[in-house]
Design a protein around this ligand. Structure first.
Ligand code: MOS
Length: 732
């Protein structure tokens, strides 16, 4: 029985954070620090004719100004379109508004900002390509930086169409969206000789170490990357960005540490975004509700210089048991930075379309939407034919419906009221893949009773510190207060990037294994030691609980880690273990699932939509901390509500500038927009994903929310909105 694992332990870093003592990258200061301010293009397409820096350079306190013409040639690496992201001497082209053109370094931030405002750039401007309608479209061969095929088929869609008695053939659109982490991206770069230290806001310290070493053509071991606290990332801190490179170049140039903190406005053009999507989706079904056809064509936009496709069809391939399917993509080039991964890339916009279309199909067939989903439930992964490592989606529907009171729903649109408000009830499914990677962890037990657990993972603010503390404490049989968990330094043993919802699934098995190995080493030392109270006891009989090492058959004879170390004249005992995904797990399709139910109220005169109630039920394998898990879900649903009703990046269609690049014009939910949420997890055992049986949770809860709300809007009003966000004007 777990004593610590699964329990709602408060965040171990909570006090530090709420008292402002947790050092985020922008808070870090070092001796002799200089400040960098990046200046960017103010046009979207054209050429730089001249950069006039003399006025800026003459400002007091300015140490140097480095334009793109003076930066060293960067080595091109995958995932980082160097040439285009940071133009080089032989390329004066402007590819998008907000493209970095150089950096001013000064004694203070204010001096650097003022000087940067005096840099005068002359351009030759040409008309940018901004909209989907203006862009030339092509069908990419591969998507997602080449790791997924550009086209997926099964069966024969013509056959699927001929078998269909009912067709739903619709177009769904989602707007450009930005990540908007509370903490903007920041870098502090410091050179000591040939060695570079980066304090960096990154979801991947090792990846940043590798990437920047490659780009600058220096040995990887010369680079150290530190990132101990993060205020969110959501994908925009997953890849190396050019402001980091510029900061490192600047620090080398002025021979002083340099710090750059991007402004909120710069975040909108420097760190990627989610492309708008246009999704042509066709569902075919028999009159009894059996899907015969799914055809999902996703159109999205990318930059002039690199291909990134929002993979909206990824969940479509595996959600429903349909024999005939096609997924295809179309991509157009516009004057923007390359889009990137953003919270549930593919799933978030893709499931808006698929789960809206399933609702439309249910209405066309006059079948309850849950019933339609159950009827097409995929008992195995329909694309790969593999069994699921675990799947409890049916229980999610059932538990969610029960909690929500779905059976009381009158399916007729406009039939439910509360005074003058129209009431709508809607639901949708959620899914996200459950991946993991190789991790290495060091556990050290000290004679004073403290345990240090170290690995080079990251904590985005989601609770890595807390959950890994629990895993270690549980395995070692000590209290969570005794464990000190360290992360966020590339000098520590390696762990994967914190993205793709895989930190818990990757790192916790290694923490568990290393802690267990340390415990076993201690037990072996004790039972072989004539001076131990448990001398000679078989190791298999030994339990460790609350720091006491004993055999339940003989509970008065107790040893402890401290005593063992003391008797052996050791200050500490150290164990490092590495775990990798079990190759056997490749025989299973690994996904998390969930179901989301919402109640909305609409004031028809104003078109205002208020989300009144949310019920979310999820199956994610074992829960390691019931409080942080629940918080993650609340955050994800909150974002889903924002996606459904508010979020939209607006691009000026003539100038190619983002109009609302700040948090007062880019709307995200505030407290009053968010209702009471009921969150439950289905108890689920998954023996295949990893040793602890945890599946992905990070990105899952945003998925389906927008569709559930759109479905509720239809139920309330009889109006189907297929274009996000669902703003009041679309209802009037
Ligand atoms: Mo994520 S979108 O893998 O941070």
């Amino acid at each position: 029985m777990n004593k610590i694992l699964g329990k709602p332990l408060d965040r171990v870093d909570g006090k530090l954070k709420v008292t402002g003592k947790a050092p985020y990258t922008a808070d870090i200061s070092v001796e002799n620090l200089a400040y960098g301010v990046i200046f960017q293009s103010t046009i979207s397409q054209g050429k730089v004719i001249e950069i006039e820096t003399s006025n800026a350079a003459a400002c007091p306190g300015v140490l140097d100004i480095i334009t793109y013409k003076e930066t060293p040639t960067l080595v091109k690496i995958p995932f980082f379109p160097t040439k285009e992201n940071l133009p080089s001497e032989d390329d004066d082209n402007i590819y998008y508004n907000g493209q970095h053109l150089g950096i001013v370094i000064a004694e203070t931030l204010e001096k650097a900002e003022y000087a940067a405002s005096l840099v005068k750039i002359t351009y030759e401007e040409t008309a940018p390509t901004i909209t989907m309608a203006q862009a030339d479209m092509f069908e990419p061969e591969s998507i997602f930086f080449g790791i997924m095929p550009g086209k997926i088929t099964r069966g024969d869609i013509a056959e699927g169409k001929s078998q269909a008695e009912v067709l739903v053939e619709k177009v769904y659109t989602t707007p450009t969206e930005h990540h908007n982490p509370l903490e903007t991206s920041a870098t502090l770069a410091m050179w000591e000789g040939e060695n570079l230290t980066l304090y960096e806001t990154t979801q991947g310290i090792s990846a940043t170490q590798r990437s920047i070493a490659a780009v600058l053509d220096i040995p990887q071991e010369n680079v150290r990357v530190i990132s101990q606290y993060l205020g969110g990332g959501f994908g925009c801190k997953a890849l190396l960005r050019s402001h980091t490179i510029l900061t490192a170049i600047a620090a080398r140039q002025v021979q002083r540490p340099v710090k750059v903190v991007l402004t909120r406005s710069q975040m909108y053009t420097a760190c990627g975004y989610r492309s708008q999507t246009l999704q042509n989706l066709t569902l075919g079904a028999t009159k009894s509700g059996q899907l015969t056809l799914i055809n999902h064509i996703g159109t999205s936009l990318t930059s002039l210089f690199d291909d990134f496709v929002e993979p909206v069809g990824a969940p479509t391939t595996m959600m429903y048991a349909c024999p005939h399917l096609q997924i295809k993509y179309r991509l157009g080039r516009v004057n923007t930075i390359t889009p990137t991964f953003m919270r549930a890339p593919g799933e978030a916009p893709g499931m808006f379309a698929l789960e809206s279309a399933m609702d439309e199909l249910a209405i066309a067939l006059n079948i309850d939407p849950i019933e339609l989903r159950l009827q097409n439930h995929a008992d195995i992964d329909p694309q790969t034919g593999l069994p699921w490592s675990s799947k409890s989606l049916k229980q999610c529907y059932e538990q969610g419906a029960q909690l929500f009171g779905w059976s009381l729903r009158n399916p007729i649109p406009r039939s439910m009221h509360d005074g003058d408000f129209l009431i709508g009830w809607g639901m949708a499914s959620a899914t996200f893949p459950s991946n993991s990677g190789k991790s290495s962890v060091k556990v050290e037990i000290f004679a004073n009773g403290e345990v240090q657990v170290k690995t080079g993972t990251q904590d985005l603010g989601t609770g890595t510190y807390t959950v890994m503390t629990q895993v270690a404490a549980e395995a070692l049989g000590v209290s969570s207060q005794q464990v000190k968990f360290e992360l966020g330094d590339s000098n520590l043993p390696n762990a994967p990037i914190t993205g793709n919802s895989m930190t818990v699934g990757s790192v916790s098995p290694a923490v568990h294994q290393a802690a267990n190995a340390a415990k076993q080493r201690m037990i072996q030392m004790a039972i072989a030691d004539v001076n131990s109270p448990i001398y000679g006891t078989p190791a298999t009989d030994i339990t460790v609980e609350s720091g006491e090492i004993y055999s339940p058959q003989n509970p008065t004879q107790k040893d402890s880690y401290s005593e063992i170390l003391r008797r052996h004249h050791l200050a500490s005992l150290e164990v490092t273990e590495e775990t990798a995904p079990n190759p056997e797990s490749k025989k299973y399709s690994k996904h998390s699932f969930g179901a989301i139910f919402v109640e909305i109220a609409i004031d028809e005169l104003l078109g205002e939509i208020k989300v009144r109630r949310c019920v979310g039920v999820y199956s994610v394998g074992k829960i390691l901390n019931s409080k942080t898990a629940r918080s993650q879900v609340i955050g994800g649903i909150t974002w889903g509500i924002g996606m459904a009703l508010m979020e939209k990046t607006v691009m000026d269609a003539e100038q190619g500038r983002i109009v609302n690049r700040n948090l007062s014009d880019y709307l995200i939910p505030v407290h009053t927009d968010i209702p009471k949420m009921e969150v439950q997890f289905v108890e689920e055992t998954d023996p295949h994903v990893n040793t602890l049986g945890t599946k992905s949770l990070g990105e899952l809860p945003i998925v389906g929310v927008a569709a559930a709300i759109a479905n509720a809007v239809y139920h309330a009003t009889g109006k189907r909105i297929r274009d996000l966000p669902i703003t009041p004007d679309k209802l009037l």
